[in-house]
Each structure stands twice: as C-alpha cells, then as structure tokens.
Design a protein around this ligand. Structure first.
Ligand code: NAG
Ligand code: NAG
Length: 265
C-alpha cells in the first residue's frame, strides 16, 4: 500500500477523533470508545466509507523495491503474502480528550500481541561488506507495543494542534528472517542481537528520530485540519454534508469479526 494512502487514512482517523470534540455530537471519551468498539468488530472487513482495507489480518503483496547506489548500498527486495495479525486486539488504557483549548489531550493505544509473517527477498550488499541473501519467510512478533500521544488544541481558528508528543513502548520483540545475511555466523549474530536487544535498540532509534517524526506529524495533521472547521469535519464524518443523503460510517459492514468462538471445524 502507498505510504501516502496510509497517511491520509491516519489523518482521517484523527479527524474522527476531532469530530467527537464537539459537545453537541459526542460525549467525548465514551463516544470514542464505543466508536472504537464498533470499529474493532469490523476490522476483518474493508470499510469503504473510511477507505480502509481489512486490517486484521492486514494483507498485501507482492511489492518490490530496488535501491541502486553503486558505492554503498545495492539492494533489491520484495515482499509477498504479507499478513499482519493482532491490530484489532488494541486496548485504550488511557484516553482523555477535551475540546477546551490549551488543555492536554492524551491517548494511549496498546497492542498486546501483533505478529506478521511474509515471504520476502532482500538481496544486495551494504558497502560491499555485508552481503544480504534474504530469501524465504520473514516473521516478527511484538508484545505490548504501545503508543502514547498527547497534544493541545489551539484556541483560534484555523483548527490546529500543538505540543504534540509521541512516546512508544515495547514489551518484547522477536524476529526471524530466513537467510538474511549471507555469512551464517553473522546472520545468527544479527538475529541474536535483535532478539536480545531489540527493545532497547528500537527505543534508541526512536529517541534519535523522534523530533523529526513528531514535527512532521504535527505539520501534516495541521495541514489537514486547517482546511476545515470543526463542524465541517463533523459533517464529513457523519455524512451529514450538503451532498444529500447521509451515509453512516459503517454502513454495509457486518460487525462479525470477533465471533471466532463459533463451533465449526
Ligand atoms: C500505555 O499504557 C500501558 C498500560 O497502562 C502502559 O503499560 C504503557 O507503558 C503505556 N505506554 C506508554 C508509551 O506510556
Ligand atoms: C505485557 O503487558 C501485560 C499487562 O500489562 C503484562 O502482564 C505482561 O507481562 C507484558 N508482557 C511483556 C512481554 O512485556
């Protein structure tokens, strides 16, 4: 899937949260939590009105990529039969939203267990030192991934957020990429390293990159929100706009994704 598409979907999801900031439409947290519950029950289906594909499992492929820099990185990679499980098991242990400008809004979303598996290839070399020979299954499982987002709402129009902060938490990370590195001992070492240190490594990468990601995210959210007033966003979400009939968000999508206890063989 295109990154731009994912971004616009994420923005739409944020817009939905914002729609609930109008006292007339929502009772803030309770309304959002019940919306999320409705959403969870439908995450195994595409949701056309949100432009979303099925999210649990999230599947895609084949996708191919190529990086060809003569001197340092020479890389071709592909992914097929990618399947990510567990997104619909999210918890929201913390949610405090307020339409009052300048007060802090906080959301913590936790995924107890996510797991992906895929067929993959990764061939090439890094600086002629490390030869990638990846070909086979790629699997990763992540326990207790959590994201804590906080922000404040600006008091004057256009609609905007500021002081965005994003913290990540990770309980456990495990990876297995068949034959990733050509040299077997290095391959074993790499896997042992990530599986031993993954949580700390990811934490370090995040600490290092956080400033950039957060300022870009805030700019993107504000660029999107700036086009609308709060009431326009509510209309988009509820479908009650000027273009005739309203279409509820989940129209036509059965809430049957969490009924797996059904007694079939
Ligand atoms: C989110 O909440 C969970 C459960 O309370 C907590 O364990 C986790 O550390 C929180 N995440 C962040 C990034 O603070
Ligand atoms: C994940 O979180 C649960 C509940 O907070 C806790 O009991 C469990 O030990 C955690 N697991 C890992 C691997 O962090």
């Amino acid at each position: 899937m295109q990154r731009a598409q994912l971004t616009s979907r994420a923005l739409l999801a944020i817009a939905i949260l914002y729609a609930c900031l109008s006292p007339a439409v929502c009772v803030y947290e309770a309304k959002i939590l019940s919306f999320l519950e409705e959403f969870r029950m439908r995450m195994c289906h595409p949701i056309p009105n949100l432009g979303l594909p099925a999210l649990d499992p999230l599947q895609f492929g084949p996708v191919a990529t190529e990086l060809n820099n003569k001197y340092l990185v020479d890389f071709t990679g592909s992914i097929d039969n990618f399947q990510l499980h567990g997104l619909s098991d999210f918890d929201v242990p913390e949610l405090s939203l307020t339409p009052v400008p300048r007060l802090k809004n906080t959301i913590n979303v936790t995924l107890p267990l996510t797991h992906f598996e895929s067929l993959y290839t990764a061939k090439g070399s890094l600086a002629y030192i490390l030869n990638l020979a990846g070909d086979g299954n790629a699997e990763t499982s992540i326990k207790n991934f959590s994201i804590l987002i906080s922000f404040r709402l600006r008091s004057v129009s256009p609609l905007a957020i500021y002081s965005l902060e994003i913290e990540l938490g990770l309980g456990e990370l495990w990876i297995n990429f068949d034959n990733l590195v050509e040299e077997e001992r290095i391959n074993d070492f790499f896997h042992a390293l990530v599986n031993e240190l993954g949580v700390e490594l990811l934490g370090d990468v995040w600490d290092y990159e956080q400033g950039t990601v957060v300022s870009k995210a805030q700019a993107a959210v504000n660029k999107f929100l700036g086009q609308f007033t709060l009431s326009e966003i509510i209309q988009i979400i509820t479908g009650g706009g000027s273009e005739g009939e309203s279409a509820p968000i989940f129209e036509g999508v059965e809430p049957d994704c969490k009924l797996e206890a059904s007694p079939t063989n």
